[in-house]
Design a protein around this ligand. Structure first.
Ligand SMILES: Cc1cc2nc3c(=O)[nH]c(=O)nc-3n(C[C@H](O)[C@H](O)[C@H](O)COP(=O)(O)OP(=O)(O)OC[C@H]3O[C@@H](n4cnc5c(N)ncnc54)[C@H](O)[C@@H]3O)c2cc1C
Length: 259
């Protein structure tokens, strides 16, 4: 059958966002073409089999799932699963000439805070702070698949003036310095705010707050889960859903730059 010379939608790039859009549009009866310049779809969410002779698929770049709404998995009937992690991070350091570190995640977290900082104070602050982000997560995450709420509507929904000020109005550095005294603990909290940005903790642009929020609202809990089969398992399932709904997705098909 000859390829059509026009489509209802042409999507440039077969990363997870392009594939989700393609699958929904095709299921809504639109004719869809996804152009992907590389040899495979998936973008930065792909898997590889790095060990010869071992049939294990590992994520190549992006490797943890938090922001994928379960509704998309259900709507598109994706064969995709995640597993919980017990350890979120380990940050090594040297204190008083002795090698030590901070373990976050699992039953040993409290002891790790106490061993590093010498008391339960920082751990209690951690529990309070992330209790607050979790309450915001429960209310903010569902909005990701709803028409985008305005600022006032979101503030009303979050319904916690202290949390609103801390996360949406003041640079996150203010709350981090107010709540935590240990420099390493502050650094671990700020990882989620600064990673991938060129902002600092007190940047008036609040870009760091936006980055922090994306890291703590996922799934309505802020949990980051491990995809079974790596991220490629997700994008392969998305590509399949798009294809089965009728979307065409040629690879090695770069879209020309826009004039
Ligand atoms: C090292 C690394 C680690 C990360 N870790 C995580 C993580 O653990 N969890 C997480 O949620 N996020 C993570 N991210 C971020 C996440 O990978 C991205 O947000 C996500 O991949 C964006 O998806 P996308 O579909 O918008 O774009 P991409 O994944 O970038 O896909 C874009 C696609 O478009 C194609 N393309 C571009 N231009 C053209 C053109 N002109 N014609 C045809 N095709 C084109 C590209 O080849 C690519 O396949 C990480 C990112 C990196 C780089």
């Amino acid at each position: 059958m000859p390829a059509p010379d026009s489509y209802d939608a042409v999507i440039v790039g077969g990363g997870h966002n392009g594939l989700v859009a393609a699958a929904y549009l095709a299921r809504a009866g639109q004719s869809v073409l996804v152009l992907e310049r590389l040899a495979t779809t998936g973008g930065a969410a792909v898997s590889t089999r790095p060990f010869g002779g071992v049939d294990a698929r590992l994520s190549r770049y992006s490797y943890l799932v938090s922001l994928l709404p379960p509704k998309i998995v259900r709507d598109l009937g994706l064969d995709f699963a995640v597993r919980k992690r017990t350890v979120s991070s380990y940050t090594p350091t040297v204190r008083g000439g002795r090698a030590t570190g901070l373990l976050v995640g699992g039953d040993r977290t409290r002891d790790s805070f106490a061993a590093l900082t010498g008391s339960d104070r920082e751990y209690a602050a951690w529990q309070r702070f992330y209790g607050m982000t979790r309450r915001v997560a429960e209310r903010a995450f569902p909005t990701l698949t709803e028409p985008l709420p305005g600022r006032d509507a979101l503030r009303e929904r979050i319904d916690d003036p202290e949390a609103w000020r801390t996360l949406f109005e003041e640079p996150i550095g203010v709350a981090v310095e107010k709540n935590f005294t240990d420099d390493l603990v502050r650094g671990v909290v700020l990882t989620d705010a600064l990673i991938g940005t060129f902002a600092d903790a007190h940047d008036p642009s609040l870009l760091q707050n936006r980055c922090f929020l994306y890291h703590v609202i996922g799934g309505g809990t802020g949990d980051w889960d491990v995809p079974v089969g790596g991220m490629g398992a997700l994008t392969d399932a998305l590509a399949r859903a798009a294809r089965e709904a009728g979307a065409e997705s040629p690879v090695r098909a770069p879209a020309p730059p826009l004039e």
